[in-house]
Design a protein around this ligand. Structure first.
Ligand SMILES: *Cc1c(COP(=O)(O)O)cnc(C)c1O
Length: 386
């Protein structure tokens, strides 16, 4: 399906709403029926049709169709946050006694869900270094039900060989779920590499303007229907029609925003690599990145998120540098129009800071849509102080 068709037309029945170009926000919790027979039919299968907005809503449905098509998936579910799009399928697919293999350096709340939440319900997780494929083979047990990937992650950008892991999982009847937030469907299509389910934080690139929280899950109709009919309906972490509309609006410019951010990131990472106050730059498409070949093999482009370290990486110097930035904002999250930094030291006290620990030294930067020269000027003036 053509990308332009998906973003501009798919799912939009304009004749049903006055030929309006922009779809309506159907701000309604429920939908009426003419007869008891009709409502009985709707209740029997909430997956089809509009009955109650915790299940389906027409504005959300347009988004569902587009996001499924972008991922080359049969269907999609939209959640109130990225975290819900990760945890709801895990709750749906796992039961007490099951075993999971997960990458060890994934998103913090995902790691916490495996470590502290699923463990309470008798689901055991083995965390592996996902850079090495053999680690997945060695960790597999008779009761391994699911493999969780996040490639690349959003701090150190480690990759997994998606095709190889998916093929292995298939031979063992293990379900694969990947967090694809870093690339989005524009730069990585895990389903085409054999992955079963793809989740992502729509709060990041899909929303794209730092004004909406949501998550997406895509996969086969059978798996999506199974998750919808049970945990999705039961946990109820659904997106509002208004948020769905903001996401539709974000989608119109998704490829444009990504290519702008990607192009500027190439300029910024190269500029930083050549700066004498900078020690290392970590970005999957950087020439020095150890997994660059794999990145270029399975990603069609690269995200605007990277990390770097300073030559003089004392706790104070990192803090000084970040405080000096005038235009690049200090904040969590990423994927919006605005450039951001987030140093690892914001989560570490000065006493526990280890100057030789590279993870402690990392400064994460997200490159937004600003002019590259404007960002370089800001970095230059802040670097000149350290
Ligand atoms: C932000 C993020 C999430 C969580 O998404 P929310 O929308 O904040 O719930 C999950 N995974 C990754 C990689 C993220 O960056």
């Amino acid at each position: 399906m053509d990308l332009s068709y998906i973003l501009n037309e798919l799912g939009e029945d304009r004749e049903h709403y006055y030929n309006a170009v922009s779809p309506p926000i159907i701000q309604s919790s429920n939908f009426t029926f003419n007869t008891v027979a009709e409502i009985r039919h709707a209740l029997a299968d909430e997956f089809e049709g509009n009955l109650y907005s915790r299940g389906n809503n027409p504005t959300v449905d347009i988004l569902r169709k587009k996001l499924a098509a972008l991922d080359h998936a049969e269907d999609a579910l939209i959640f109130s946050s990225g975290v819900a799009a990760i945890t709801v399928p895990l709750l749906a697919l796992l039961k007490s006694g099951d075993h999971v293999i997960a990458v060890k350096s994934g998103y913090s709340w995902t790691m916490r869900f495996f470590r502290e939440f699923l463990s309470k319900f008798g689901v055991e997780t083995t965390f592996v270094d996902g850079n090495i494929f053999q680690n997945f083979e060695s960790a597999a047990q008779y009761n391994t039900k699911l493999i969780f990937l996040e490639s690349p992650n959003t701090f150190t950008y480690e990759l997994q060989d998606i095709k190889q892991v998916a093929a292995f999982a298939k031979t063992r009847n293990i379900i694969t779920l990947i967090d694809n937030s870093y690339c989005s469907a524009i730069y990585q299509k895990p389903i085409l590499h054999g992955i079963d389910l793809v989740c992502q934080s729509a709060t990041k690139y899909i929303g794209g303007h730092s004004d909406v929280m949501a998550g997406v899950l895509t996969g086969s109709r059978q798996l999506i229907k199974q998750i919808f009919s049970n945990e999705f309906m039961n946990i109820g972490a659904v997106v509002s029609p208004h948020s769905a509309w903001l996401l539709l609006r974000g989608l119109r410019t998704l490829p444009l925003r990504l290519s702008r951010s990607y192009a500027t990131t190439q300029i910024i990472t190269e500029w930083l690599s050549n700066h004498n106050a900078v020690e290392t730059v970590i970005w999957p498409f950087a020439s020095t990145f150890p997994q660059k070949a794999l990145a270029q093999q399975q990603m069609e482009g690269c995200g605007g998120l990277f990390s770097f370290t300073l030559k003089h990486s004392s706790f104070q110097k990192i803090e000084e540098f970040c405080n000096k930035l005038k235009h690049i904002l200090l904040a969590v999250s990423w994927g919006g129009h605005e450039s951001l930094v987030m140093p690892a030291i914001s989560g570490i006290s000065q006493n526990s800071y280890e100057q030789t620990n590279r993870h402690h030294q990392l400064i994460r930067m997200y490159v937004g849509l600003e002019d590259p020269a404007y960002l370089i000027d800001d970095l230059q003036q802040a670097l000149s102080t350290v």
